[in-house]
Structure formats: C-alpha cells, structure tokens
Unconditional design. Structure first.
Lengths: 476, 285
C-alpha cells in the first residue's frame, strides 16, 4: 500500500534480465548458466507486479503458491518472510525457481503478460531460495522444533527420494510422523541428481533441500531397492501404516531401429546419469567414464534431449545435432532451454526421424534419417509427423543419445502384483494418490508418466495429506 | 555391527580376493544367481558383482573379485575392518532352480565363484550335479572344497595342465559328452569369460542341451534405469540387470556382448594407470 505512488511508473519497468554466463565460456564448464537476480533486480522486478485483486498467477501454479503475497513481501524487503510464504506451499523453491516451466504455469496467467512481459516469478522464487541459503541460520530455527515434536511415532514409508518422495516425506515429518525414505541409488534427489545437469540445477541446491528434509527428522535409507531389497508387503508388515510410492519414470525408451545397440549409442538416462550422478565430466578424478565425440546427435525434443545436447557440447563436441521428428512449435522443452541451447550452438534438425544407425567395427558412424512433414493432429493435439518417402539421408555422428522419453520402471511393481497398473505400467492412483491397495499411495512420474518436477511435488504434497487422513482415521 | 563392513578377507590366488561383508538384509534375500552393485569410494563407479555365497544367519555375503581395473584393484586392496562405500541389492532375476535331473555346472576363472550358490541350490533341489571348473593354472581353482562337497561329479581343467584336464572347460565338456553318450545333462549352466561361455554353447548347441549363461555387461544403476547393459537375446534387446543376468546361451549374441564390454577400454587404461601411479608412489613412501 505504501507503494501506491509507484503505480503509474510500474508498467514501464521492463522485465529484468537475469545475468547469465556467456555462451562462449559456459560451453566450457558445467557451472550454472543463470547467475540469479541481484537484490536490486529482485526489488525492481517485484515493483512490476500489478498486485491484482484476484491474482491469476496462483491459478497457474500446480501447488498454488501465494505469488502475490511473496512478491509483496519482496517489495517490503522482508525476504525471509517472503521465502516462508513460498515454503507454506512449496518446500523446494530453489529447485522450482530453476526448473519449473513458468511460461506454461504462473507466468502464463500473469495479467501483465497480456500486453507486456509477465513478472519474472520464477527468477524471484529462485532469488528468495538463494537468499535463504546465504542466510541459512535464520532459516532453520523452526525446523529443529518440528523434529523434537516428532512424538506420534506412527511410521510412514516413502519410496524414492526424488521430487515427489522428498516433498511427501517432508510434509509427513512436519505432521509428526516417523518417516523412512527408501532410495535405490547411493544418493538422494532422483531425477534432480541423475537427470538434470549441474549447469541447470547445481547439486548443492538439491543437497540443501535434502538436508532440510533430513532436518525434519526423515530417516533416509540409501541403496534400498524396493522390489528387490524390500517388498511393499514387507514394509507394511514391519510396522509402517502407510506407503507413498514415488519411483519416477525410470525406464528408458529406445527407438527400436537397427543398430541401436552399437557402441556409442546411449539412452539419455545413461548419458546423463554418467555425467550428473556419477560425475563423468570430472573423469578421471571421478571413476565413471563417458564417451566423447566431435559430433554428437541427440534424438528427441524435450528437456531431457536439450540437457543431453548441452551436456555433449560441454564435454567438448564441436557439432551437436538435436534431431526431432516434429517442428519447433511442438517441442516439449522449456522455451528458455531451447534458447540457451541455440545460443550454445546446438543445431536443431526438425521434421527428421532416425530409421537406422550404421556402424563400423561395433561403433556408431552414421544415423540414417528420414524427413517428416506434419499431418493431422494426433491424440496429443499436436500435428502428427508423417514420413516423406524416399527422403532418407545420413548424418555422420560419433555418439547418439536417445532422449525420446521414459516409461515406468517395473522393478517395484513386479513384486507387488496386487497394485493396479495401466497398460503402460504406470500405477493407477486417484487424485489424492490412493492406489487400489489399502494403505498404499503413489504419485509423481510413476503415476503420470514423465512430467514436471513441480507436478511431482504437488502429488507428494496431496498424498501426504491423504495419508495423514488415512492414518488418523483408518478409513480407506 | 555396521553394514558394509568387511569381516574377513582371503586372498584366493595371486589376483583374486574374497571379501566377507556384513550386509544382513541382502544376505537374507540373496538367491543363487543374483548380484549386487557396489561403489568402492565416494568418487567411485558403480559395478555389478555376483554374490558368491550368502549366509542369512550370519548376515554376510561373499564377494569374490578379480583384480582387473581400478575399481576391482581398489576393492582387493581393502582389508578386514574396512567398509565398502555402497552395496545395493540383491539384483537380477535368481537362477531357475528345480529338479531338472542331471545338471552340469561350469565355472571359469573368477566365474567359478558365482557357480557356488547355484551348485548348492541345484543339489538341494535333487539334481545330479556335475561340476566342471577351469582356470589358467591350479592356483586359480577357487572354492574347490565347497564345490566338491555339493557335487556328484567334480572335474577340473587348467590351461597349462598343472591340474586335471589340460585345456579349456569347453574342450573337457566336449570330450565328456562323447565319452558318456548315455549321460546327456538335462541342463548346463556356464559362468565365466565371454569366450568360455560361447565355447560351451558351441559344444552344447548341436545336442540341443539347454545352456544357461550368466552375462556380465557394463552396468550403471543395475535397476533397469539406464540401459547400459543392453544385450541381444533371440534378436531382442534385453537389459542384463533386470531381465538377466542369466539367459539362454544359445540365443545370446556373444559378439555384441564382447563388443559392448570393450566400450571403455581406453578410459579404463587411463584410470588404471592413474591408480597404479598413486599406488606405487605410496609404496615408495
């Protein structure tokens, strides 16, 4: 209200541009591309907000963050309170501020965006999260209290320490449950550590969020593969009242074309896991190697494909092709990542689809591709790509990365045949995460198929509430 | 007692070491044919190791390791009381164990170790067990006492003839099948180097003896997430970690397996040289 006098000038402030590492230098390192708003920029950007009486931005947010509320607090320089305002709805602002597709969510519905550019909500969220890390002493006080209040001792289990699992575990711990989080890998974070590269989401940010969840009293069991090390029934029998399954989309799809098993052909999951989780870009200081080549072709048009292409560039590739069977408008990747990829010299090859991978002595040499044109819309509403007969041609390449999507990993569900699955192997759960098995909830990519981090977090949160209700009442 | 602690170490021969690891959950779950994924340090790679023996009562598993590259050297250098950074499992589909009749189980080199639980389980299921183990020389013949104990017939082969049949296990098997035409095994299980498993399949193929091999492709997560361990079986792509590690040997594309096992040859050399340098420097100090 004290800012009333600024009203006339407000719209004239252009959207603040976030500082970035320049393309020529950033393709030589794995450090974060975006450097974050300065305090001055954050304050200036917050002034752009129209403070709508009925803010539309919150409607666009999958976890309904009080966006107007936190921006108002930024304006008043009450940064810690602004961060707490976000944390009421979202425990991982440092991650969401970086990887959410804001252009399809909050910023899409921002009223300012109708005539001008929308408020940089994501960048402000990130600014607050970074502020919180820098001033972490003030930030963790409330958490210790929560841990000590953990006296109910009703046990709940969460399977998978990715965005959905971490969120759910954190929420349950806050409610006072004794939570055990089972993680198959040797490190927590799921796709945030094995999939999304350091240059887009620094692992220190993820570690910070994991520490926060631990500070709430969540016990994390690493190297625990549910379906192998334990089964769902064993967990239920050992005293856990309810389980949330959030095992993600951990099954790489391949093209099913000849030559796909040649050396030098990777699934994006493998390529990114080697580089991100296993720190292959630091080989030989770290032990896990990853192949490098002067020409790398990535197949796919989503964020995983863009991450793979930009990773290849940073590993020293001179030419990186991104081969996508549809055109640019249909690309599911974030606009910002497409822009970043272009700046970094990634060559987009649209309306093109591989039909065969050719090799020599066991190693990939060429990808035979066929040109496509767009036909009638398919079930996704996007125009279906159709092959142009006789348009095959070869692309020389030293490495191919297949990034055409991930399905549901069956390791857990194979040993729990009583949990209902759809025809793609995804767990069937209702809108609060309930499966057909009593006490068992599920959410995130294992239910929806590969989607976004924020949707997974939202599912974790909704399920935590439903689990709380179930554990309190026993009503299924 | 703490998880992943090495309770015992024994050097079986020049470059093969057995580590007895306290890992009660895995020990209680492990079945013949399954493996674990381990990391030997914070910067370490994830490698699969087949479980050689497990003791649910003691809460221990035996991992038998051949010193080959950096990670295996590092594991072999660990001692009693040390910890393995990460051990995850048990992974893979267990061996198919039932009363087949006569089962011939063949182990070559460090591949002898994972035959031990299969020999035990096949014997306990009521099979007549013929065990054939082979190594370069007699010092490489490991787990002899246990294998003898659970086998109805026990044969050894050495490349140099220092003990038993002089030559490869496949050569012995071929001779055995010729000399005992009436005693055709109902099933053969072969574990060892790729060329050995292929040679065994070449011997059993013409007679149509079902032959199971345990594949050792390069893995990262070991849970079906990455596809590094792709193998071709009957012309179809399968994941060694979740669809295997055991497959019908007569349907396996061994050429592809061999080729994919050599993807990181150059990098392994770099890693190993770096490790040896450091190791030798330490020795000098």
């Amino acid at each position: 209200m004290q800012n009333e006098n600024l009203k006339p000038a407000r719209k004239k402030i252009p959207r603040n541009k976030i500082a970035e590492q320049q393309p020529a230098s950033r393709i030589k390192n794995f450090s974060e591309v975006e450097l974050g708003f300065t305090t001055e920029q954050a304050l200036l950007e917050s002034e752009r907000c129209l403070m709508c009486k009925k803010p539309k931005c919150t409607d666009g947010c999958p976890v309904e963050i009080d966006i107007k509320g936190f921006i108002e607090l930024i304006k008043e320089k009450r940064f810690s309170e602004a961060l707490e305002k976000i944390r009421e709805k979202n425990t991982m602002p440092g991650i969401c501020g970086r990887v959410c597709p804001q252009e399809d969510q909050c910023e899409k519905t921002c009223i300012l965006g109708i005539k001008n550019e929308p408020v940089a909500i994501g960048k402000l969220e990130r600014f607050l999260a970074d502020y919180g890390i820098k001033n972490s002493k003030n930030n963790s006080q409330g958490d210790t209290g929560l841990k000590n209040n953990n006296s109910k001792k009703i046990k709940a289990a969460v399977i998978g320490a990715g965005p959905a699992g971490l969120t759910c575990a954190g929420e349950l711990a806050k409610m006072g449950y004794a939570v055990t989080l089972f993680e198959a890998l040797h490190k927590e974070g799921g796709v945030l550590v094995y999939g999304i590269p350091e240059f887009r989401l620094p692992k220190s940010i993820v570690e910070g969020e994991v520490e926060y969840v631990k500070s709430l009293g969540v016990e994390i069991k690493l190297n625990s593969i549910v379906g192998k090390t334990y089964t769902i029934d064993e967990i239920l029998e050992s005293g856990y009242s309810s389980i949330f399954i959030a095992t993600g989309a951990g099954l790489p799809y391949f093209l099913g074309i000849p030559g796909e098993n040649l050396n030098g052909v990777y699934s994006a999951n493998e390529y990114l896991t080697r580089v991100n989780l296993m720190k292959g870009y630091l080989f030989p200081a770290w032990d896990t190697p990853v192949k490098k080549a002067s020409i790398v072709s990535v197949i796919g048009g989503g964020n995983v494909a863009l991450d793979s292409a930009r990773t290849a560039k940073r590993l020293g590739a001179e030419k990186v092709y991104l081969i996508y069977r549809r055109s640019e408008v249909e690309m599911p990747g974030r606009i910002e990542e497409i822009k970043h990829a272009r700046e970094e010299g990634i060559e987009m090859v649209f309306l093109t689809n591989p039909v065969e991978i050719k090799g020599e002595n066991g190693w990939i040499k060429k990808i035979t591709c066929i040109r496509m044109e767009l036909g009638e819309p398919d079930e996704s509403g996007r125009r279906r790509p159709v092959k142009i007969p006789g348009s095959e041609y070869d692309i020389d390449t030293g490495i191919a990365v297949i990034a055409i999507g991930q399905g549901a990993n069956p390791v857990l569900t194979q040993t729990s045949p009583d949990i209902g699955l759809n025809k793609w192997g995804n767990i069937i759960a209702d809108d609060i995460g309930k499966t057909n098995k009593k006490g068992v909830f599920a959410g995130g990519d294992i239910v929806t198929g590969a989607a976004t981090v924020i949707l997974a977090m939202g599912a974790g949160k909704v399920a935590a509430r439903a689990m709380d209700n179930y554990m309190k009442t026993g009503v299924w | 007692m703490e998880e992943n602690k090495i309770l015992e170490k024994s050097v079986l021969c020049a470059d093969t070491v057995s580590l007895i690891i306290f890992s009660p959950v895995i020990a209680s779950k492990a079945k013949a044919g399954q493996f674990v994924v381990v990391r030997a340090s914070e910067e370490g790679e994830r490698i699969p190791l087949t479980i050689a023996e497990s003791d649910a009562a003691a809460g221990t598993i035996n991992l038998t390791i051949l010193k080959r590259g950096k990670t295996s050297s590092l594991l072999c250098s660990l001692n009693k009381g040390d910890y393995i950074t990460d051990v995850a499992g048990p992974l893979g589909i267990p061996s198919e164990i039932e009363k087949f009749g006569t089962v011939c189980i063949i182990g070559g080199g460090v591949g002898i170790a994972p035959t031990v639980p299969i020999i035990k389980a096949m014997k306990e299921a009521g099979n007549y067990v013929i065990s054939i183990i082979g190594a370069r020389n007699c010092s490489g013949l490991i787990f002899e006492d246990t294998i003898k104990k659970y086998s109805d017939q026990y044969h050894v082969c050495t490349d140099d003839g220092s003990m038993g049949y002089k030559g490869f296990v496949s050569g012995f098997l071929s001779q055995y099948l010729k000399e005992n035409p009436g005693k055709k095994p109902d099933r053969v299980v072969a574990i060892g180097p790729v060329l050995m498993m292929k040679a065994v399949c070449d011997v059993t193929g013409p007679g149509g003896i079902k032959t199971i091999v345990s594949l050792n492709p390069i893995m990262v997560d070991g849970t079906g997430m990455c596809g590094s361990c792709r193998v071709e079986v009957d012309g179809k792509t399968r994941f060694g970690c979740v669809d295997g590690p055991e497959f019908d040997g007569h349907l396996v594309d061994f050429g592809l397996l061999n080729s994919r096992l050599n993807i990181y040859c150059d990098e392994e050399k770099v890693s190993n040289e770096k490790y040896m340098e450091k190791h030798e420097c330490k020795m000098k100090i």
